[in-house]
Design a protein around this ligand. Structure first.
Ligand SMILES: Cc1cc2nc3c(=O)[nH]c(=O)nc-3n(C[C@H](O)[C@H](O)[C@H](O)COP(=O)(O)OP(=O)(O)OC[C@H]3O[C@@H](n4cnc5c(N)ncnc54)[C@H](O)[C@@H]3O)c2cc1C
Length: 379
């Protein structure tokens, strides 16, 4: 057993932390207020190789594996979960199927520019009537000659208000059940594609949209991989995505814990720093312990993934645990801050709001529990 990060990963963490503090932190307040990913940030990140550090270097990635991607997202999300979530989508669900199943031409046209931050991608699975039960999607892609005609609606899709393309999950053969779902790339300027921005109370700087596909005509060559394999590509994407999602939950817990620890030392009541009262010091001690446990569960899942062991259950466990730790820690950090926590200008207020999404996106907690229950033999 070796619990040390490699020198390469340590250097990555230091460099990304420094960048996030200097270049991202000053943008957060305005980005959150305007509900936008700071304009120009994606290309800047791409130039530095800070979008897909885990992807192979032959396509412009950093070649630093899942562990590298987790470190990147942890550092970005510690400063801003909204901005970090947009990067997480770009370096995850919006590009994963392209990397693993795209043709060379698709990689040249979309994947490499996405890794560089020159084009922005999105992944559209969720629909108004199909969330956790993804098999219920109603979007269809009907093949006519060398084209697909796509019709349907997608909801809560990250990055769509600023995207250049969407990987759309659609039925190409409804009678085959989930084996009839395919993934097809739809360009933003395709006639019939409309995107409406949605407003959120959390991760506000990560733009979210509702998508309508009304008789969108797409070249058949935009199919990703094989027809009918879309659901299995999704499962592969979630396998890695849930580990990175845990990194984002962990980081917001760390930020809230640090804020509570600092505040507990500064704020004096009854003649003593409030953090020294046992009620608060026990809260802080529990936060520290839970963060530590979440961190090692996540690093182990990332390490396993980098060894080629794609175990769905480890991804589900780390995603679920880190997201629940994030919610407990941010709630306790609010309590330690007292009244100031309820003011919008307080960072703990943002941490608390941002942690609320962690048990919902990338599969809800109940879905993770279903995965774990199945893995331990409950049918
Ligand atoms: C900010 C944000 C960004 C997102 N980004 C994307 C994106 O980029 N691409 C994309 O495709 N989707 C995206 N989503 C969608 C997200 O993945 C879904 O919201 C999520 O999967 C849950 O689906 P739902 O909201 O329809 O909830 P539902 O599935 O309707 O679930 C509602 C509640 O019922 C519970 N539930 C459902 N089924 C069961 C069951 N069998 N047993 C027990 N409990 C159950 C759920 O756990 C949940 O608590 C995003 C969502 C948000 C909020």
């Amino acid at each position: 057993m070796d619990f040390e990060l490699s020198e390469e990963h340590k250097m990555l963490r230091e460099a990304v932390r420094d960048f996030a503090q200097k270049e991202i932190a000053p943008l957060v307040e305005e980005a959150e207020a305007k509900e936008e990913m700071p304009p120009g940030l994606f290309p800047k990140l791409g130039k530095l190789g800070y979008i897909c550090v885990g992807y192979p270097s032959e396509y412009g990635g950093g070649g630093m594996g899942m562990l590298g991607q987790c470190i990147l997202i942890e550092e970005f999300c510690r400063v801003c979960v909204g901005i970090g979530s947009s990067v997480m989508t770009q370096g995850g669900i919006a590009t994963h199927a392209l990397l693993h199943h795209g043709t060379e031409a698709q990689k040249q046209k979309y994947l490499i520019p996405a890794i560089r931050g020159e084009v922005i991608g999105a992944y559209g699975l969720t629909e108004p009537n199909a969330g956790s039960d993804a098999a219920q999607i109603e979007t269809t892609a009907v093949k006519q000659g060398d084209k697909y005609i796509i019709n349907g609606n997608k909801i809560y899709i990250t990055n769509t208000p600023i995207c250049n393309y969407i990987l759309v999950a659609a039925y190409t053969n409804k009678s085959a059940g989930v084996r009839g779902i395919s993934v097809i790339l739809v360009d933003r300027d395709t006639p019939g594609l409309t995107i409406k921005k949605m407003n959120k109370f959390c991760i506000r700087s990560s733009p979210t949209g509702e998508v309508t596909l009304d008789n969108c005509v797409v070249p058949a060559e935009n199919l990703i991989g094989e027809e009918g394999k879309g659901f299995s590509y999704l499962m592969e994407t979630l396998d890695s995505g849930r580990i990175v999602h845990a990194a984002s939950s962990l980081s917001v817990a760390e930020a809230a814990y640090q804020a509570a620890l600092d505040y507990g030392q500064q704020r004096v009541q009854f003649g003593h720093p409030i953090g020294t009262f046992q009620a608060n010091s026990f809260k802080l001690a529990r936060m520290a312990m839970e963060i530590e446990a979440a961190r090692w569960l996540m690093y182990r899942a990332a390490w396993l993934y980098d060894q080629g062991e794609r175990r769905f259950v480890e991804s589900a466990m780390t995603k679920l645990y880190a997201s629940e730790v994030a919610q407990r820690v941010t709630a306790e950090a609010m309590q330690i801050h007292g009244g100031v926590a309820l003011m919008f200008e307080s960072p703990v207020n943002r941490y608390f709001r941002d942690s609320r999404r962690s048990t919902i996106t990338e599969g809800t907690s109940e879905i993770q529990l279903m995965v774990i229950a199945r893995a331990i033999g409950i049918k």
